[in-house]
Design a protein around this ligand. Structure first.
Ligand code: FAD
Length: 319
């Protein structure tokens, strides 16, 4: 199993847990039941990264450059750019990554493999390599409806195997993790083992699907640590950019929005100011708990907007 890289840990003061101890006496669960000096922990600065999708229009691309400048206030480790299912945004992902790199920031393209041939993946990697890009988020992806062929890769682990065996070790590869488990996997035990195998294939770290229940994240980390996974597992955090859309995705992918949060959001009806204010409060508190629990870094699904993400970073003392 790959050991974690030193960079995150070196820049982050170790959380100083105090109080009742780290392990609950009956359950043996760590981090769920202890007291801590939240203020002191939250003031500890941790790295952040931000995720975008490739804009569809020249106007969108220009707007994204402004968003990059605004989010730069949080001194992000990198900006990642998603990759459309089946390679549908191949050129746009590349162009967006180039724009970000040209502004002097580290850019990490996502790369999904389902429906792809080894030759096409090699071409994409060669293009990125020529641009000096060495950081990737490697994924299986989902076959777009109507696309019949799965191509030469079945799972993300096969993509990572392929990259490591053809390209060596100089890519920093992140993979996806699912604290509330992958929605297509019926057996949780299998999902955890597949995740561990994917890391074993050569991942340097993982970024999680978004979640609103910090216990789900901590429990997932404990479970995969027990399987020998040692790489950093970075929580992926979704600000409530658009409550209706996030509720839809959550319902589709089995992500729990706490009932009290959903009820309150729904109760605001079309009062967008209250939805925004409450959403920022909820997500800031989630991040505070994660930082207090010792997360290595936070990855924000910024979705090409800066306002909510930046406000959360400011409240956390990260921008
Ligand atoms: P995998 O790790 O391959 O897992 C997929 C499923 O297969 C799981 O159910 C797993 O348990 C199962 N599995 C794995 N190995 C085996 C095996 N050997 N035998 C049987 N079953 C197995 N999608 C995009 O299209 N573009 C993006 O840019 C993108 N970015 C993402 C970024 C993050 C941080 C996250 C969390 C997700 C992202 N996704 C993206 C979504 C992702 O592509 C989907 O969730 C997809 O369904 C799974 O991809 P994966 O890489 O997690 O797959």
């Amino acid at each position: 199993m790959r050991v974690r890289k030193g960079s995150h840990a070196a820049r982050r003061p170790e959380p100083d847990f105090t109080g009742e101890g780290r392990t609950h006496p009956q359950s043996g669960l760590s981090r769920f039941f202890f007291t801590f000096d939240l203020e002191a922990l939250v003031s500890a600065s941790i790295p952040v990264s931000f995720e975008f999708f490739p804009p569809n229009t020249p106007v969108g691309s220009e707007k994204l450059k402004t968003v990059v400048q605004e989010l730069a206030a949080a001194k992000p480790e990198f900006f990642s750019v998603t990759y459309g299912a089946g390679g549908s945004t191949r050129e746009k992902t590349l162009a967006t990554v180039q724009d970000i790199a040209a502004m002097g920031f580290e850019a990490a393209p996502h790369l999904s493999c389902i429906g792809s041939t080894k030759e096409s993946i090699s071409e994409i990697l060669a293009t990125y390599r020529a641009q000096g890009i060495r950081r990737l988020v490697a994924l299986r992806g989902d076959l777009p409806s109507g696309m019949a062929t799965a191509g030469e890769f079945r799972y993300a682990s096969e993509l990572i195997d392929f990259i490591r065996s053809t390209q060596g070790s100089d890519w920093h590869i992140e993979v996806a993790a699912y604290p509330e488990y992958h929605p297509q996997q019926r057996y949780i035990r299998h999902d955890l083992q597949h995740f561990a195998n994917k890391v074993q294939a050569g991942a340097d770290g993982a970024i999680t699907q978004f979640f609103f229940n910090p216990d789900a994240y901590f429990h997932f980390v404990d479970e995969v640590r027990a399987l020998g996974v040692t790489v950093p597992i970075v929580p992926g955090i979704m600000p409530f950019h658009n409550y209706g859309r996030i509720a839809q995705i959550s319902a589709r992918d089995g992500i729990e929005i706490p009932r009290w949060v959903a009820l309150k959001m729904e109760g605001y009806m079309d009062d967008t100011a209250s939805i925004r204010a409450f959403g920022i409060d909820v997500v800031t508190k989630l991040c505070e708990r994660l930082i207090a629990g010792g997360v290595p870094s936070i990855h924000f699904y910024a979705l090409n907007q800066s306002a909510a993400t930046l406000e959360i970073c400011r409240r956390l003392g990260l921008a």
